[in-house]
Design a protein around this ligand. Structure first.
Ligand code: SF4
Length: 458
């Protein structure tokens, strides 16, 4: 029987919040003597699952079945959202793992592994999520050391009718502000320059602990952390983009002039059925206010098309809104009918084909706006964080590009990944920009090397 302090590999599915959880799990295991190396031959395989949508559920179940089929004498531990959402039902749907543990267990994952070696019976522990924030200094960084997600809170108090997250991530719970600052300092010590703040609703930060919305105060303290050069905020909730928050973004140089604000829709009736705030008119007013205070702000949002009861008129209203709002980045999802959500029972479920047609029409309406926005940057010089260098080309992101979801800036020239470079933009694409590194004379070949910085815009 292999040793309980064996090699561990962690398979992470889902969103950036799960990536952070996996890094915390890896940190806890490393500091208790395990080797977390991701090797196929690992004695312990941890699958950090996603349970947000049916599609993610199927992907997680497939990953569990494969790991169980390959485990031999090793151990398989299922963690994360789907384990929390389904509990023993998941053990029935994907049997053969040695443990099924819910979210919020990062801080005690060494005990979970020990337990699987000490007991033959698989165990299931999906107590209501209680957020044991792991010891920050152990967080094991994966991915690019110069860019990291920092989760400032967990769970959500909103009750959007299409969303399963509160059912398994629980109510909103903020990390104490000192702990967030310590984590940022730890990340800076490990070479991080860009911090991406994440939560289900980042604008609710601190209210549960300090009885006031504390994001502006947090931003001011984060801006004092040496080594951190960019602070990017993801997941604003529409009616919490207050003057104070806008002022903090405008006034703090380190805070990127970038606002990621999922709206989900714009028509007042659709938003009412989604239990989401406000409407398109009020969203346009808030964008006008932000653009007046931060003229070069980049605004990203996401929409759901085909929500139950969405009429042609409601959808046309959404397309008109997109054409008027002229947003920098737009992602969209076809409505996914999630068991256990109020929208699952709603009348007027939209046919799959019509959802697809609406998705395509919305993204077509946005594509010309994205291209026009990018064309307006030609001849400008952007401060770019370099993520990749290959064959005389570099690829990076400007303040307008969040990791993994937005565009890239490509340029001929040489610069160290993880460094910042000045790039003069010479060409615009729908999602990406092409330019020349300041002080570099570009060679004739204009083609960006393939396999460089590819990603699916979302
Ligand atoms: S704000 Fe709405 S969509 Fe976002 S996590 Fe909370 S309930 Fe889900």
């Amino acid at each position: 029987m292999s040793d309980s302090k064996g090699n561990v590999r962690i398979i992470t599915l889902g969103c950036a919040k799960n990536e952070v959880d996996s890094e915390e799990i890896a940190g806890v295991l490393r500091s208790s003597g395990h080797t977390v190396d991701g090797s196929q031959a690992a004695e312990v395989t941890i699958i950090n699952t996603c349970g947000f949508l049916e599609s993610a559920k199927h992907e997680s179940i497939a990953a569990i079945r494969q790991a169980v089929a390959e485990k031999g004498n090793g151990k398989v531990i299922v963690a994360g959202c789907l384990a929390q959402r389904l509990g023993s039902e998941l053990a029935r749907l994907a049997p053969g793992a040695d443990a099924y543990v819910g979210v919020g267990q990062m801080g005690r994952f060494d005990q979970v592994v020990e337990h699987t070696f000490a007991h033959h019976e698989p165990f299931i522990d999906v107590e209501p999520p209680h957020h044991r924030w792991a010891d920050i200094t152990t967080r094991a960084r994966t991915g690019r050391p110069w860019s990291a997600y920092l989760k400032v809170s967990e769970g959500c108090d909103h009750r959007c009718t299409f969303c399963t997250i509160p059912s398994f991530r629980g109510g909103h719970a903020s990390k104490p502000i000192e702990r967030v600052i310590q984590e940022a300092q730890h990340l800076a010590r490990t070479g991080c320059k860009e911090i991406n703040l994440i939560a289900q609703d980042v604008t609710q930060y601190g209210y549960d602990l300090y009885k006031e919305f504390t994001l502006p105060k947090l931003l001011h303290q984060l801006a004092e952390v040496d080594g951190i050069e960019w602070i990017r905020i993801l997941y604003f909730y529409p009616n919490r983009l207050t003057d104070e928050v806008i002022e903090a973004i405008a006034g703090l140089d380190k805070v990127c002039n970038y606002i990621d604000i999922p709206l989900q829709h714009a028509h007042p009736d659709t938003l009412r059925r989604m239990k989401r705030p406000w409407d398109g008119e009020r969203y346009l007013k808030i964008f006008d206010k932000v653009r007046a205070r931060i003229p070069n702000v980049a605004i990203r949002t996401t929409f759901i098309v085909g929500f139950p009861g969405e009429t042609n008129a409601e959808f046309d209203y959404l397309v008109d809104f997109v054409q008027e709002a002229k947003l920098d980045r737009v992602g969209a999802f076809e409505f996914s009918r999630e068991p256990g959500t109020p929208s699952y029972e709603m009348l007027g479920q939209v046919k799959k084909q019509l959802k697809k047609e609406r998705y395509d029409r919305l993204m077509r309406a946005q594509s010309s706006i994205s291209l026009a926005k990018n064309k307006a940057l030609v001849r400008q010089t952007l401060h770019v964080l370099i993520d990749e260098a290959k064959d005389g080309w570099i690829a990076g992101r400007s303040y307008r590009d969040a990791p993994e979801i937005d565009g890239w800036v490509y340029a001929q020239g040489a610069a160290e990944p993880g460094s910042f470079a000045q790039i003069q933009i010479t060409e615009a694409k729908e999602h990406d920009l092409i330019g020349v590194l300041e002080g570099h004379t570009p060679a004739r070949s204009r083609m960006v090397p393939l396999q460089m910085a590819t990603r699916e815009p979302r």
